[in-house]
Design a protein around this ligand. Structure first.
Ligand SMILES: [Mn+2]
Length: 435
């Protein structure tokens, strides 16, 4: 038996850069081609297949065409959702593709009502059996800001252990969460981590997603055997483009229920880094230095990551003609350019300044600020969570063909669910009926 494990494809991501969006698509194609070449029995995708619950149509089209090819070649595809393609209202593209038979969602649980007072309901994990290899697969999808942790706490541990003992075959647990015990310094500010003890024990392979750095934990923790995170197929932010430029997948061969795990790179496009220290310089000398550095490098068909840092001696950072530099790099036939301003400051007055580099960091900075406001009778942590979730739903775009009215209703209903208003309304209606 042989399978491929991939994760965090983020198809449709890099929305503001068409070239990078295409490279994402090409990486996915390449991974599926490799699965076919290696004649794997099935493919596991551990969440964040898509960058959004309802992604861009072109991106879906390419990915579905490719997955259909794999299906026609007899390769089964098993998925869970990640924090990106998850939706509280369950209105997701993954649900549609599951119904269409392109792939199978395996994060299936049955809620068992607990009649005892003060005791929570339990979740029974449902195993999906691969028809040809007899492998048993289950898992838990990632939710926004580690919302899945609650689900893990409800797992009926006794039930799953009995099930694992009763069933033969290779057993796989798919998940989309970080593990606090494995959290590195670099990921200190990242969210979506939970204690290892919440992961049910006894599976032969733990197919992880969510962590955008390839990580492996083999036989390090008793009871968990192999925990693997392949990371994304292609870096998803400018920092990772420089620091973790090459993505990939795991190929797992199973003999006598023991997995042999092999790493395969998916490398579509080379990356050239150009760094310039702007300290004690003016905008035009910074520009000249960048041009000189580009001249000396072969950037043809490559992604150019341009990193500028430091405080300018004079002038404003917006005086650096990045647009002109972009055209200059394109003339050299680079595939695309990604600009990284690391702590790039002007010495002159600026209206607004932040040291944060990424959208996520800026959002976090503001969320912290806003969560201090005394608005609702809830704690700061809960406020932060709510702000983040609402921000996320408000940032979803209108899908093609969706009327303004439908779009408005969808957003309102999603935000209602996040705030728990829908349940409140239901309660009030029920009470009204009773009285
Ligand atoms: Mn991801």
């Amino acid at each position: 038996m042989k399978f491929m494990h991939m994760s965090d494809c983020h198809i449709g991501g890099w929305q503001r850069n068409e070239e990078l969006r295409d490279i994402l698509s090409e990486s996915f194609d390449e991974a599926i081609n490799l699965a076919r070449k290696e004649k794997v029995d099935f493919i596991l995708i551990s969440g964040d297949i898509f960058d959004k619950a309802i992604p861009d149509i072109t991106a879906i089209h390419n990915a579905v065409k490719k997955m259909k090819e794999a299906r026609d070649a007899g390769i089964r595809i098993y998925v869970i959702e990640g924090s990106h393609d998850f939706s509280v209202t369950d209105k997701t593209m993954t649900k549609i593709l599951d119904s269409a038979g392109i792939f199978t969602r395996v994060a299936r649980q049955k809620r068992i009502k607990n009649d005892e007072e003060d005791e929570d309901d339990k979740l029974e994990m449902i195993l999906t059996e691969d028809c040809e290899t007899g492998a048993k697969i289950t898992g838990i999808s990632g939710e926004w800001r580690a919302g899945e942790e609650e689900r893990y706490r409800l797992i009926d541990e006794k039930h799953i252990q009995e099930k694992l003992e009763k069933n033969s075959g290779f057993k796989i647990f798919m998940f989309h969460s970080g593990i606090s015990e494995f959290k590195s310094k670099k990921l200190a500010s990242a969210s979506g981590f939970m204690p290892l003890s919440l992961l049910p024990k006894g599976f032969d392979y733990y197919a992880g997603g969510h962590i955008h750095i390839k990580s492996e934990y083999e036989y390090e923790v008793p009871g968990y055997n192999q925990i693997y995170y392949p990371g994304p197929l292609f870096p998803m932010n400018s920092q990772d483009l420089e620091e973790h430029p090459v993505g990939g997948v795991y190929l797992v061969t199973v003999e006598d229920d023991r997995p042999k795990v092999e790493w395969k790179e998916i490398n579509i496009c080379g990356i050239v880094s150009i760094e310039v220290d702007a300290s004690k310089k003016n905008p035009s000398s910074v520009e000249k230095e960048i041009r000189d550095k580009i001249e000396k490098k072969d950037v043809k068909d490559k992604i150019v990551v341009l990193r500028v840092e430091g405080t300018l001696e004079s002038g404003h950072r917006t005086d650096i003609d990045f647009r002109g530099l972009e055209l200059f790099i394109k003339e050299k036939h680079a595939r695309t350019i990604v600009k990284r301003e690391v702590k790039l400051k002007s010495s002159v007055y600026e209206k607004y300044h932040t040291d944060s580099n990424t959208q996520a960091e800026i959002e976090r900075e503001h969320t912290e600020e806003f969560s201090k406001l005394k608005l609702l009778n809830i704690n700061n942590e809960e406020k932060t969570r709510l702000i983040n979730e609402i921000l996320r739903y408000l940032s979803t775009e209108r899908t093609e063909g969706e009327t303004k009215q439908n779009y408005k209703e969808r957003i309102i209903s999603e935000v209602d669910t996040v705030l728990g208003f829908d349940k409140k309304v239901e309660e009030i209606e029920n009470e009204a009926e009773l009285s």
